[in-house]
Design a protein around this ligand. Structure first.
Ligand SMILES: Cc1ncc(COP(=O)(O)O)c(C=O)c1O
Length: 363
């Protein structure tokens, strides 16, 4: 959809990336570290300063203690982290529970490891986890469960009740969790991010995935991290060692500076909540019906009052005829028929959102 948007000169609210720049001081910090000669391979697990800053952040925000040397690893984006965690744990024939709509890299990672994705469906419009279905999906072959909160594309978040249910279901199993928390700092309306790190029993079996691309408006830098207990981290690093070996050195140092100074992430939720509210205000009274967006920088819009076209057809027509690109939710579905809803990214300048809304109101 991004390519189509570029080819046609449409406003691109499809792929999830900001159309504004990051803090110029972050670019300066990277440049400074480059000029200071930090341009060679970083240690495989990440530079110590960044791993220490990541551990300090988990401690401060979630009360969780991770050892920077044995439990924190810097990766080339959340995507690499997800792939490595799956490859580290899943063996041929193992089952992995995923929830659809599902982020696109999960099932391919399971396939490559020889595992079998067991898909549990989240249903429009509230997309809550059906815990009875999860219970029913668990078999002696279940090796892993993959969760994502705040959730792309539905913009739902896990609640404390969800965490209690998860803890009960996994009790006395050896099931490992991949918890994709790349949007941990983008959560709205005063909700608390329910990180696995907050819950001892869950933390003990979790790979928690983070992404600096989302947090610092630098998706193109592809840098993320994983925190996990030492035995899981040891397995994780056996994969990471040979997938990328290590991640961009000067960027790691710059991010370490920013994290240590607690820059950027504390105000991110209010920054994006204002953009969400602007986008929704601009569309209010139109036939586009917003589903609740509780986190991430995505907004699902129900278009059933406009057309009954399939989501892919309508998304293409919207781009070609009305000049606004979005993502059809069928891209995230395996079993369920797609609802009449499209995903829009509001990580955009206000004038981009205004222009897009103007066009959407005319559809
Ligand atoms: C849910 C989810 N997980 C993981 C990623 C990948 O993060 P990164 O860009 O750091 O690889 C994304 C990016 O869009 C995402 O939306």
């Amino acid at each position: 959809m991004s390519k189509l948007a570029a080819d046609l000169g449409a406003i691109n609210l499809s792929q999830g990336f900001p159309d504004f720049d990051c803090d110029p001081a972050l670019v300066d910090a990277v440049a400074t570290h480059m000029r200071d000669g930090r341009n060679q391979y970083a240690p495989m697990q990440g530079v110590p300063a960044l791993r220490q800053a990541i551990a300090a952040k988990y401690n401060e925000l979630y009360g969780a203690s991770y050892d920077p040397d044995t439990e924190v690893t810097v990766t080339s984006g959340g995507t690499e982290a997800i792939f490595d965690a799956v490859a580290a744990v899943v063996h041929p024939g193992d089952e992995v529970i995923v929830f659809e709509p599902v982020y696109d890299s999960y099932v391919p990672a399971i396939d490559v490891a020889g595992g079998k994705a067991v898909v549990v469906t989240l249903r429009n419009p509230d997309y809550r986890i059906p815990w009875d279905a999860v219970r029913a999906a668990i078999t002696p072959r279940t090796r892993m469960i993959m969760l994502n909160s705040p959730h792309n594309p539905t913009a739902t978040v896990l609640s404390a009740d969800d965490m209690a249910e998860l803890e009960r279901i996994l009790d006395r199993t050896a099931i490992t969790i991949v918890s994709d928390e790349v949007y941990e700092h983008i959560i709205f309306d005063g909700a608390r991010h329910e990180s696995m790190a907050r819950y001892d029993a869950l933390r003990a079996r979790s790979f928690i995935v983070g992404s600096f691309g989302k947090t610092y408006h630098v998706t193109g830098w592809k840098i993320g991290c994983v925190v996990a207990p030492a035995p899981l981290t040891a397995e994780f690093r056996k994969v990471h060692q040979f997938v990328t070996f290590s991640t961009n050195t000067p960027v790691q140092y710059a991010l370490a500076d920013f994290l240590t100074q607690k820059r950027g992430y504390p105000e991110l939720s209010s920054f994006y909540q204002r953009k969400r509210d602007l986008f929704l205000d601009l569309l209010s009274g139109s036939p586009w019906k917003p589903l609740p967006s509780r986190g991430t920088y995505f907004q699902l819009l129900d278009y059933s009052a406009i057309t009954d076209e399939k989501d892919m057809e309508f998304a293409l027509r919207l781009t070609k005829e009305h000049g606004v690109a979005s993502i059809p939710t069928s891209a995230f579905l395996y079993r369920q028929a797609a609802p009449l809803a499209l995903r829009f990214c509001f990580a955009k300048r206000d004038d981009t959102l205004e222009m897009a809304a103007q066009r959407l109101r005319k559809v």
